[in-house]
Design a protein around this ligand. Structure first.
Ligand code: AOF
Ligand code: ZN
Length: 371
């Protein structure tokens, strides 16, 4: 069934309940990765009779939670779910056959599951069982909340968000490296929220040596992402704060001698070797592929300026989140330090920009036109 052909009132009703499913899905943030965020609402005669969301990795899927709450009221109902119900045996039994068994009348789905083990089979299974399936209700929203999962499933890489804090004249640190603090406390809280929405945070070793960041979520609620450091020569000291809570991955160059990272491994770190790229820095694509294979859907690149420049140069940035402080700081390190263009049309244009205020600072989020 095509949604465009439906009467407006019916279309609105589908969107209304799909919004509900999407909001529920968001409640899984920080707990479900590498799985997608999924929410589900069971509706009968315009009333919600069941709801659920995927709460934690390995736990029941959204549909199962919602059907459990609906009980026998699921019969003849319409089930709204932002992702196609699964057809495969994973950590839990497949959802689509359970919808059939509950005798629901109709399923309204936000998007197909890009997981090759599902990829339309869930929808086929429902249709074969005589359940009406309406696809692509709020598809942009459905794709947006699971952009990391989709990126990993379809491209074998995480979704990369570049975060920066800069003055109005584009300076992200002074030449001395001093950068604390360019933005105000509210913007810094927002940046912590951003951390909690990603599976991993990445910085270069320069930032570790200079700022000794913890890279944890503080002052706001959120789950701490995995910490990732690009450290070609393994210069991170054993006392670095990034090592404090375990779960830290170091990428170093391929021919680092065996045992070179032992001091870091003793602190619970994982060492991965990757080749160097033509520019002399570590090759970023193998870094991203490794992270994706470890189940990282979303990566926040936090600095410093040179790392940001490499990601921009290699066109590996899927989204930016920039905090602009109402300050002029003059010459210093620019956000894309080391990234130089010959022509304006090689620049990085943003679309779907969202501009908000965070205290005194401007907060600008957008995706490049090519993404
Ligand atoms: C759904 N509903 O709530 C979720 C789905 O190992 P499992 O059993 O948890 O399966 C994980 C896969 O199931 C995941 O890769 C994705 O394809 C799908 N996620 N599907 O029907 C849900 N979280
Ligand atoms: Zn499922």
């Amino acid at each position: 069934t095509k949604t465009e052909t439906l009467p407006l009132s019916e279309r609105r009703e589908h969107q209304y309940f799909m919004h509900m499913a999407l909001s529920l899905a968001l409640r899984g943030t920080g707990f479900v990765s590498p799985n997608p965020r999924v929410g589900c609402v069971v509706v009968r005669e315009g009333k919600v009779v069941g709801w659920g969301y995927h709460r934690r990795y390995g736990g029941p899927h959204a549909e199962v939670e919602a059907l459990r709450r609906a009980g026998t009221l699921a019969e003849g109902s319409t089930v709204y779910v932002n992702l196609e119900p699964c057809s495969h045996q994973g950590k839990t039994p497949p959802c689509a056959p359970q919808l059939v068994e509950a005798r629901v009348a109709r399923a309204v789905v936000g998007m197909r599951d890009p997981n090759p083990r599902v990829d339309g089979r869930g929808i086929d299974l429902l249709r074969d069982a005589g359940i009406e399936v309406l696809e692509s209700v709020l598809p942009e929203e459905a794709r947006w909340i699971n952009r990391g999962f989709i990126r990993r499933m379809t491209r074998g890489r995480p979704w990369v968000t570049l975060k920066g804090a800069l003055s109005l004249d584009g300076t992200t640190a002074l030449e001395s490296g001093e950068s604390r603090w360019i933005t105000g406390p509210l913007a810094r809280d927002k940046a912590h929220l951003l951390r909690g929405e990603h599976d991993a945070i990445l910085v270069g070793v320069g930032t570790v040596l200079l700022d000794d960041p913890e890279l944890t979520v503080r002052s706001v609620e959120g789950v701490c992402p995995r910490r990732v450091v690009l450290d070609g020569a393994l210069r991170t000291p054993q006392t670095a704060k990034v090592l404090a809570s375990g779960g830290c991955t170091f990428f170093t160059e391929q021919d680092m001698p065996q045992g070179a990272g032992q001091r870091l491994e003793e602190r619970g770190a994982e060492i991965c070797r990757v080749p160097r790229g033509p520019e002399g820095g570590l090759s970023l694509v193998p870094v991203l592929e490794h992270l994706a294979s470890a189940g990282i859907n979303t990566l926040l690149v936090e600095g410093g300026a040179r790392v940001a420049g490499s990601f921009l140069r290699e066109k590996l940035v899927d989204e930016v989140s920039l905090f602009l402080a109402p300050k002029l700081l003059g010459r210093g390190l620019q956000l894309g330090e080391s990234w130089g263009l010959e022509h304006l049309d090689q620049g990085f244009d943003l679309r779907s920009c969202r501009i908000r205020q965070a205290g005194e600072d401007l907060w600008l989020e957008g995706v490049p036109t090519c993404s």
